[in-house]
Design a protein. Structure first.
Length: 135
């Protein structure tokens, strides 16, 4: 039942914002638990401006670089025991925004992660519609 609800919420979220462009206005490193462990991204979506905080550990965990991710199985190749050590960057010089919707992160270990902001938005709680299920 939870899987059905989750899928329905995701489908409704996609339908609600289909055709609405999300643009990255700016980004900066911020502190959640320790210095520079999250990225705050200022977004413009549907005429609204909102801040989205993304922990670096989440970005590293969702990295789709071929060295870390198997496209066929949709699984991480590495174990998750060293994510905190791997989720380090060398300041904002390691973060690039291209075309106002692509986020690139050069990790300290040399790996490069690239994200489309719309893919990140699918995993956020920003602007999620309220879904009422009648059973």
């Amino acid at each position: 039942m939870n899987l059905t609800n989750s899928l329905l919420k995701r489908i409704l979220h996609r339908l609600q914002y289909r055709g609405i462009t999300t643009k990255i206005i700016s980004s900066q490193l911020i502190k959640l638990e320790r210095k520079n462990d999250a990225l705050e991204v200022l977004l413009e979506r549907g005429g609204d401006t909102k801040a989205l905080t993304i922990p670096l550990i989440w970005l590293r965990d969702h990295c789709r670089h071929p060295a870390n991710y198997n496209e066929t199985t949709h699984q991480r190749k590495s174990n998750a025991t060293n994510l905190f050590e791997c989720a380090e960057i060398d300041g904002m010089v390691s973060v690039k925004v291209a075309d106002a919707n692509k986020l690139s992160i050069q990790w300290m270990d040399g790996l490069l992660s690239e994200f489309d902001i719309n893919d990140i938005m699918e995993h956020t709680e920003l602007e999620r519609p309220i879904v009422y299920l009648i059973m």
